[in-house]
Design a protein around this ligand. Structure first.
Ligand SMILES: NC(=O)c1ccc[n+]([C@@H]2O[C@H](COP(=O)([O-])OP(=O)(O)OC[C@H]3O[C@@H](n4cnc5c(N)ncnc54)[C@H](O)[C@@H]3O)[C@@H](O)[C@H]2O)c1
Length: 446
């Protein structure tokens, strides 16, 4: 199936003489670059941010991700990995992986400006027979309708004949990125069979399992996965609210329901955040006229409602405990969008903290991993956060919060202390025995 030109690239992949550029050195680009360097390739990461470039060249990871610092340091010192601001590196390479951000704009439409800017610069430096891989999340049709024509127009070359192009969506979860990159089956969709085969050979050098498809199918499959998860979480959240009214514990309901061999209900929480789940359903649907009602946007609305539910629970708890909301202090534990990561993007902590501050509540935020405090006073330690607090609000299930010493915490807090456990990580019986008013998401309030 491969001709002599494409065979030559595959040979460069097999003998590691192929030089690779990764464009965008963020949560996806850095693990990508470090793992390919570790597989033996010469890798250059390009980013527009000088501080990220400097950090990588000093052998330091600018993001907190288990194992990444060591991998970057080892490969930088071995001379296989470096970073630059300059796109000229592309002219000296054979393969490019693009992992720039693709956020939503304020109208919740895909913002592809970072991708298009990167493509313009790549196009100016593209050589014959290169393989270009997009791994940023993109709306359906982007490879064939935007990326391919842009590169062809800029270069005067034909994709699949003069250069190769594939979509290889990323499936990593922050906090487990290196393992996920290697172990999660990887979809590889080229714009034609040669592009698919070359990209597949490239990713097989790092990923254990590669599944070949076409670019358009890979685009939809990526979005379908995350939309499924968003819908499933919305169901768990809806169930949590129902259980609160029925005076049963949603965690026990889910545990029991999941003993059914064909049921897998996810966990409820204070909302859905991060760079993928709140965004990808909009990417999936933005070109389609959906019937109303439709499950995808209904799920989004339910998940977007959850921060309000947590605020209502907090206000109800303060009122029932006789606290004055003008003077009460709330200690928010966790601003990252999920446990054990440093990433605050689209975290439900943001709307919750913003509303608490707008209501005039003294709000202090503590997160051992994440720098962001969303305008709340930032506590440097757990003790600082809980000192004279009236209410602890747990928004992120970091492992540091899973075994809180409640008896000690109780002594630092004001009388009649409250715990709002939006992640269900606290032992309700222990908390109640120690004199806390415990409000768990999906559990009838005291
Ligand atoms: N973070 C995740 O866990 C994850 C998982 C799966 C998929 N994705 C997708 O991967 C893509 C990247 O996500 P991320 O979390 O790594 O984003 P990020 O914001 O952490 O990283 C993107 C990087 O690209 C750089 N950049 C932007 N424009 C550039 C340009 N023209 N040239 C060079 N560098 C440029 C930015 O400075 C930034 O460092 C997104 O499409 C995202 O949806 C992310």
């Amino acid at each position: 199936m491969l001709d002599a030109k494409s065979e030559k690239i595959v040979k460069g992949i097999c003998d590691r003489s192929l030089c690779l550029v990764v464009v965008g050195s963020g949560y996806v680009g850095l693990p990508t670059a470090a793992l390919f360097a570790d597989a033996g390739f010469q890798v250059v990461v390009i980013d527009v941010k000088q501080d990220l470039v400097n950090a990588v060249n000093n052998g330091v990871s600018p993001i907190k991700e288990p194992g990444l610092n060591e991998l970057i340091s080892y490969n930088v010192h071995a001379g296989r990995l470096k970073a630059t601001l300059s796109y000229e590196a592309i002219a000296r390479s054979d393969a490019v992986i693009i992992s720039v951000q693709t956020p939503l704009n304020k109208n919740r439409k895909p913002n592809l400006s970072y991708l298009m800017n990167a493509l313009k610069k790549i196009g100016k430096n593209l050589k014959k027979n290169m393989i270009i891989v997009v791994s940023s999340t993109i709306p359906p049709g982007t490879i064939n309708e935007r990326v391919k024509p842009t590169l062809e127009a800029l270069t005067g070359m034909k994709a699949e004949a003069d250069f190769y192009l594939a979509y290889v969506p990323e499936r990593i979860a922050p906090g487990n990125a290196l393992k996920d990159f290697v172990e999660s089956p990887r979809l590889v969709g080229g714009i034609g069979p040669k592009s698919t085969k070359i990209a597949s050979e490239l990713f097989k050098t790092v990923c254990k399992t590669v599944i070949e498809t076409d670019a358009s199918t890979a685009e939809v499959a990526k979005l379908a996965e995350n939309t499924y998860r968003d819908i499933n979480i919305a169901y768990a959240n809806q169930l949590a609210i129902i259980c609160e009214k029925l005076n049963v514990d949603v965690m026990e309901v889910i545990r029991l329901a999941n003993t059914h061999p064909r049921v897998n209900i996810h966990l409820p929480g204070p909302g859905v955040g991060g760079p993928c789940l709140p965004k990808d359903p909009y990417f999936l649907t933005h070109m389609s006229k959906l019937p109303r009602p439709n499950i995808i946007m209904t799920a989004r609305k339910i998940n977007d409602y959850m921060p309000n539910h947590i605020i209502k629970t907090t206000l109800k708890a303060l009122e029932k405990t006789g606290k004055n909301i003008k003077t009460a202090k709330i200690a928010v534990l966790g601003t990252a969008y999920k446990g054990n990561v440093d990433d605050p993007r689209l975290s439900p902590a943001q709307p919750i903290i913003k509303t608490l501050l707008n209501l005039g509540l003294k709000t202090v935020a503590y997160d051992p991993k994440c720098e962001e405090s969303f305008g709340a006073e930032k506590a440097e330690s757990l003790n600082d956060a809980i000192k004279k607090a009236d209410c602890i609000l747990i928004l992120t299930d970091h492992k540091e919060f899973e075994h809180l010493k409640l008896s000690e915490i109780r002594q630092y807090m004001n009388p009649n202390p409250i715990i709002i456990d939006a992640r269900r990580i606290i032992d309700k019986e222990e908390a109640t025995r120690l004199g806390f008013k415990y409000y768990g998401l999906g559990k009838h309030s005291p």
